[in-house]
Design a protein around this ligand. Structure first.
Ligand SMILES: [Zn+2]
Length: 257
């Protein structure tokens, strides 16, 4: 009896493995056109397409695409801003030009990145301790944001540099350090969820935010220690996140490359 059960288990495992080996070829390779907003700069009414959302991983449409291509390197920390709500790092013009993503060959330059806590997006109902938003803009005024959820774990030295370098009160600081942006991304950036959403002004939960913009939320999270999080909270004592908005009839795509 045991032998039969084991054989059955081996067979099932084998079948599911061989299935997953060839499944990549069955999915769409092009990034969905419906998520690209080249001709729709921010400001368009976006009633049914607000951010953030809960990502239910059981109801995604799977794709296998090379987009977005991320061209990140080291930036100067010439403008670390305490907005009173959160920490925001503004890029110099030279760093904007050198740090960008492309979607379907269109270039979106990184403008700034900033922090939320707890995370704005949830995945299967679970929040991250924090979320970082990397905000990009195309020459036509279209926006695309990369969202990185942060969980408790190992120390991240780049986060330490930023949290230590934050102004204690509203204002900006300039540091001489360089910061490699890739240290704030998960190792595997191929795996993400993408959907069409909006800006997320925290607390304005019943006011529509501008959109549409292309959202990417990485499946894998980066880590920081609880002490690092407390360090951040030392300067930003109030939570800043917008509550989950209805998905309505939007599709969430899942890149499985
Ligand atoms: Zn944000």
């Amino acid at each position: 009896m045991k032998k039969i059960a084991l054989l059955l288990l081996v067979t099932i495992t084998f079948v599911s493995c061989s299935k997953s080996d060839d499944h990549l070829e069955n999915f769409v390779k092009e990034f969905p056109e419906s998520l690209v907003n080249q001709d729709k700069p921010l400001g368009t009414a976006n009633i049914d397409g607000q951010t953030p959302i809960n990502i239910n991983a059981s109801f995604t449409e799977k794709i296998s695409t090379l987009d977005p291509v991320i061209h990140y390197g080291a930036i100067t920390l010439s403008n670390i801003e305490n907005t009173e709500d959160n920490l925001k790092v503004n890029l110099s013009q030279a760093d904007k030009t050198d740090n960008f993503i492309t979607i379907k060959g269109n270039k979106y330059e990184l403008q700034q990145f900033h922090f939320h806590y707890h995370s704005e997006h949830s995945i299967n109902g679970e929040y991250g301790v924090m979320e970082i938003h990397f905000v990009h803009k195309s020459s036509k005024g279209a926006y695309a944001v990369l969202g990185v959820l942060v969980k408790n774990g190992k120390a991240n030295t780049s986060l330490q540099t930023l949290f230590d370098g934050s102004p204690k009160l509203k204002g900006t600081n300039a540091l001489s350090n360089l910061l490699n942006l890739n240290t704030l991304l998960p190792v595997d950036t191929n795996k993400y969820y993408a959907y069409s959403g909006s800006l997320t002004t925290p607390h304005l939960d019943f006011t529509l935010n501008e959109g549409p913009l292309t959202w990417f939320v990485f499946k894998n999270q980066i880590e920081m220690t609880n002490d690092q999080f407390k360090n951040y909270q030392g300067n930003y004592s109030k939570e800043n996140f917008r509550v989950i908005q209805p998905l309505n009839n939007r599709k969430i795509f899942e890149n499985i490359r």
